[in-house]
Design a protein around this ligand. Sequence first.
Ligand code: ADP
Ligand code: MG
Length: 606
Amino acid sequence: MLVWRLIRSVPGWLFPLAAGLLVLLLPEFGLGFALSRQVQLACILALVVSGLNLSLGYAGELALGQAAMYAAGAYTAGLMSIAGYTDIVLQLIASGLVALAVGIVTGIPGLRLGSWSLAMTSFFLVLLVPDIIAVFGDATGGRNGLSGIEPATLFGEVIDADRFYVVVVLVAILWFAVMRNLVVSRHGIAFRTLKQSPVLASSVGISVFRMKLLGYAIGAFPAGLAGALFANIDMYVSPEAFGFTFATAVLAACILGGATSVYGAVIGAAIMQLGPNQSSEFQQYALVFYGGFLIVGGVLLSGGLAKVAKQVTARLDRKAGLTGRGAPVRGTDTARPATAPMSGQTLVVDGISKAFGGNQALDDTSLRAEPGSVTALIGPNGSGKTTMLNMICGFYRPDSGRILIGNKEVQGMAPEHVARVGVARTFQTPNIPDGVTVLEAVASGRYSTDRVSMLPTVLRLPRYRTVRARDLAEAERALETVGLAHLRDETATSLPLGMRRLLEVARSMVAEPRLLLLDEVASGLDEDEVERLADLIRRLGRAGCTIVLVEHNFRLVLALADTIVVLAQGRVIAAGLPSEIEHDPRVLSEYLGVVAEDTELAGEAT
Ligand code: ADP
Ligand code: MG
């Protein structure tokens, strides 16, 4: 176990880098021609698979177009070479960009149509590749393939076969470094957030369409690079290399290695290339083999080999005593960090109506919430409370009425734009992405603050580092405030319900909200947690935030709220100070029975 502790004390990224360098140096140990070729092909396959990992594993879009983008890259490089542009760097850049363009052009209609259409369009794209190549037969050589490719050069010097090996492995190493940077960044977490739920994604300010397109299109880039490398290995490109069989191999390698992992692509591609592809009989039964791998990867080991590796690592960590939850901090007010001043905005909901079919969920409903105060929204189940929050967030478009935040009208605005105005929320059923740590999940709430684009992210430019440091510091602080700091490295989805609710509160706090919408945050919490939450909400209110609290626990509402709005069947039946509502005859007669019951139920799961 001492050895394991030593291993774990080394930064994680050093291992793949060392493995990459080792592959780079393999020829020094006498790698034969045949094996050298296989390693290069494995690197190329790994690049293509990595693109699929990004779109399928991270962004959650099943899209099989990688084979088409690979073809686009190969033909771009091949045609450039024939035209006299043999420089490999030039070819790589051009091929990557052409593949990116193919990704964007094919992705837009597929994503616009929604649900399964991207899977279908990309599938047909792959089936069409040989025909497209044949149509442009004059330029591409049609079904006979593209020949006459000249040896690649670098700064005017011809690259021989040995040195081309180095080029291929280096490109793979560089791409995987980029991929890793992307995946651990806020954009990587944003992809996972999107995969979890588009509703959640837009509530933290992520544009769902744009992000899906980015995942698909960026995934095209390594496929284009792979194509350029492939064209220069045999100096011949045949349309057969890009058909359905190849697309299936890519999918099988992706699933076998583990779609939601960076290096799973390398594992899957290596097994696929160095294993079955070696035998000549294989070609005949290729699809059967790939099917077999798909079943092994998809059914027997969900999450692929990468997940197995992660589980083994976690087990060894536990044995070596490297994990272990610290003691929960159950302190008093004074032990927790102070809440920084927040600049709340007035919320005005003015005569909102919303019907779902014949069901009038909200009927000419108005309410007002002021900065620095807690406005509670109460009412029996089905009275329209969650619908009201969804209207404010932009998930539903009101049939009539206006919603103002400050002096900005937000009704009809897309939810990600409303989030950027400064609206943060929690969900009645906690909504947390899979496979991220508690700290990452909280930091994901900062997506709409301090924007930073992809390029500085993957290159780790100073701008990205600054933003990332701030994201983590804020997330750390919010975790301390809600009392979950000791769980920062746990898998977020593994927390019990009460803690997931607190995590959501922390996630909405880090967004620097002007308006905070809390949907039944106290249900499912134990007494300690309710107390901590109440204290937290009070302090957020005092710090200047505008808070709308949907809550069933009447005692908690009375203790926290500055104003109470009572809904019944989509209408406001009473509004006022807690002391007034407590004794309002209509509330007593129409609602108190339900309230008394719910108060007793509070504390249990929803
Ligand atoms: P509450 O949060 O107060 O319990 P909701 O706002 O969830 O109530 O629901 C109010 C009414 O609107 C209910 O009758 C519910 O069935 C209906 N409703 C809410 N969302 C939808 C939807 N997406 N489609 C159809 N009906 C809905
Ligand atoms: Mg509700």
